[in-house]
Design a protein around this ligand. Structure first.
Ligand code: GDP
Ligand code: MN
Length: 380
């Protein structure tokens, strides 16, 4: 789960990483009130789950409450890389002498956490890695050994930071960031820029924070940070029903049981000359309610012209799946042509059931390729 900047900064603060004081604002009037409370110059920042807000006009300095209200009105409603701005973070503006970059993430190849630090902050880290790789200090933390302060010193020297006061503050921040990363079960904690003020104070000016979804049960407070409005409405509806749903661009809606089967179904639809509109994964099951939920999600997409239902019966028996499909079709009237490929355990019985009791728009095919070809034909 990705967190907004203001949420990531809240977690930073819990672990003692210095940030600026700020307030959340949903309207220009709230931004004005926030600026009044904070006093002095503020920065008004779009809260969207994407980077590059500065370049897109989503980060603006304001001289006081009036200006903050105006800047808020300019930023709210902006589209930043397809993300609509509905929330603002208004924080006390910082004076910036230097912009550094600090992050910790997983290096899956090494099976270790990886710190990266560079004095070339403020720009995309990929650009630093490409253009000036020698300026990017990288350091792995062995999970068995755990974090040790000497590692932070090595990282700081590696990045060429020789100011003793900065070194001391960074040593502290790096240790705290490691504690934050582990303590929140994060997959990424990125601070870009990590600034040095003219007074020499080091502070996190931005936050990019991803928490492992599978660990959210351990962190109910973080799980609550999820913003249901940050995902498209159809994906939200699917998630509420417990259906795995992904929107794509073509005409054939795809339903299957199991991620591997669904992935190969996408390929076979493409092979047959069609394009998938979306896909749903029923997981291991195929009970009527699961099928109803998935079909409802699929047909909510106006691009869908036909549906390919690809089922391999393993533990779930084919005749049970067939009954599930029939019950589902009785419950929701679907006009779209539906092609079913049913194979595996009790597939024969399942196909017979479908052929006997199925409605006219239900087409049963014996193999995946034949099913895909039929679904593509019917979508034309
Ligand atoms: P991003 O573009 O989405 O990464 O958003 P950031 O939070 O990193 O802000 C973009 C840039 O805006 C930063 O690199 C800074 O240069 C600038 N900026 C953000 N906050 C402040 C601030 O408090 N004072 C000043 N002077 N500049 C800021
Ligand atoms: Mn940034």
């Amino acid at each position: 789960m990705d967190l907004y900047e203001y949420q990531g900064k809240e977690l930073f603060r819990r672990f003692g990483i210095p940030t600026s004081e700020g307030r959340l604002a949903l309207t220009p009037a709230e931004a004005r009130a926030a600026a009044e409370q904070l006093g002095g110059q503020v920065v008004v920042k779009a809260q969207v789950l994407t980077g590059g807000r500065g370049k897109a006009g989503g980060v603006k300095l304001a001289d006081g409450p009036d200006d903050a209200e105006q800047k808020a009105a300019e930023i709210l409603g902006l589209d930043i890389n397809g993300h609509l701005v509905r929330k603002l973070w208004v924080e006390s503006a910082s004076e910036i002498a230097k912009e550094y970059y600090l992050s910790i993430t997983f290096d899956r190849g090494e099976k270790k956490a990886l710190f990266m630090l560079t004095t070339e902050g403020g720009i995309e880290i990929e650009q630093v890695a490409e253009e000036t790789p020698e300026k990017l200090a990288r350091l792995h933390v062995d999970p068995l050994e755990g974090y040790q302060p000497y590692q932070a010193r090595r990282l700081i020297y590696g990045a060429g930071i020789d100011n003793p006061s900065e070194q001391k503050q960074l040593l502290d921040i790096i240790g705290r960031l490691y504690a934050c990363f582990v303590g929140t079960d994060a997959m990424l904690c990125e601070i870009n820029p990590l600034i040095v003020t003219p007074e020499g104070e080091v502070r996190a000016l931005d936050s990019k924070f991803t928490v492992d979804d599978n660990a959210l049960y351990k962190h109910p407070d973080i799980a609550e940070m999820r913003d249901p409005e940050s995902v498209p409405p159809e994906e939200r509806a699917a998630r509420e029903k417990g259906v795995t749903y992904v929107k794509l661009d073509g005409e054939v809606g795809i339903l299957g049981n199991g991620a591997g089967l669904v992935m190969s179904t996408l390929d076979v639809i493409t092979l047959a000359g069609g394009r998938p509109a979306n896909f749903c994964d029923l997981g291991g099951g195929g009970d009527a309610q699961g099928v109803v939920d998935a079909l409802e999600v699929i047909i909510a997409d106006p691009q869908v012209r036909s549906i390919f239902f690809n089922i391999f019966g393993g533990i779930t028996r084919g005749d049970e799946v067939a009954r599930g499909i029939l019950t589902a079709l009785e419950q929701i009237g679907i006009k779209h042509p539906i092609v079913v490929r049913l194979d595996g355990t009790n597939a024969e019985e399942g196909r017979e059931l479908l052929a006997e009791a199925g409605p006219d728009n239900l087409h049963v095919e014996p193999t995946m390729l034949e099913g895909a070809k039929r679904a593509v034909e019917l979508a034309a």
